[in-house]
Design a protein around this ligand. Structure first.
Ligand SMILES: [Zn+2]
Length: 64
């Protein structure tokens, strides 16, 4: 995945800031570090640019 671009959410985030695609985003998940923190990223379906809203969630690593 390309380096994510930091983006802020005002009233609505639906249009890609890079290419102007207007129908929303795909979602991707990127684990951060060795713990359970996972970044939720948006990916434009049109230009594939990745965006980071600062949204982080916790998902435990699978047991090995
Ligand atoms: Zn785009």
């Amino acid at each position: 995945m390309a380096q994510p671009i930091a983006v802020q959410v005002n009233e609505e985030l639906r249009t890609c800031p890079e290419c102007g695609y207007q129908n929303g985003f795909h979602v991707a998940f990127q684990r951060e570090g060795q713990g359970a923190t996972v970044a939720v990223r948006l990916v434009c379906p049109s230009c594939s640019a990745a965006f980071d809203l600062g949204l982080r969630i916790t998902i435990e690593r699978p047991k090995t």
